[in-house]
Design a protein around this ligand. Sequence first.
Ligand SMILES: [Zn+2]
Ligand SMILES: [Zn+2]
Length: 142
Amino acid sequence: MPMALDLRNCKSCGRAYQYDGNNYCTRCRKDSEEAYTKVKEYLYDNPGASVGEVSEATEVEEKLILKFLREGRLEIRDEHNFFLDCERCGVAIKSGRFCDKCTHEMANEFRSAVAPQKKEEPKKSEDSKKSQRMYVNVKRDK
Ligand SMILES: [Zn+2]
Ligand SMILES: [Zn+2]
């Protein structure tokens, strides 16, 4: 297969670049790596710094710092230093997008949402109605 030239626009700066499985152009990736190193080193020397402080000291955008945290690339060691909120329940978390509880619950929800789909052939009409309703209103309290 001939290599097709797959040009895409960088998600960060919008410039076109040769797509290689990454959503950002090489320049932005390099910038991001440098920013990441700066932030990491600053946090290493100043554990417990807030995002604002880190941003000011390293001149890295807060948005980018939060992105590193969301991606789980930065880990906050200080137990009292929570930068993020769980996107689902809003509880304070140290990295990623969801708290442990929600991660767990969502895994369960996913399973319960997928399972009823397998019962495609209804034997009794009442049963199929029931399973249909259950599929639509997936309950998460359990
Ligand atoms: Zn870029
Ligand atoms: Zn949560």
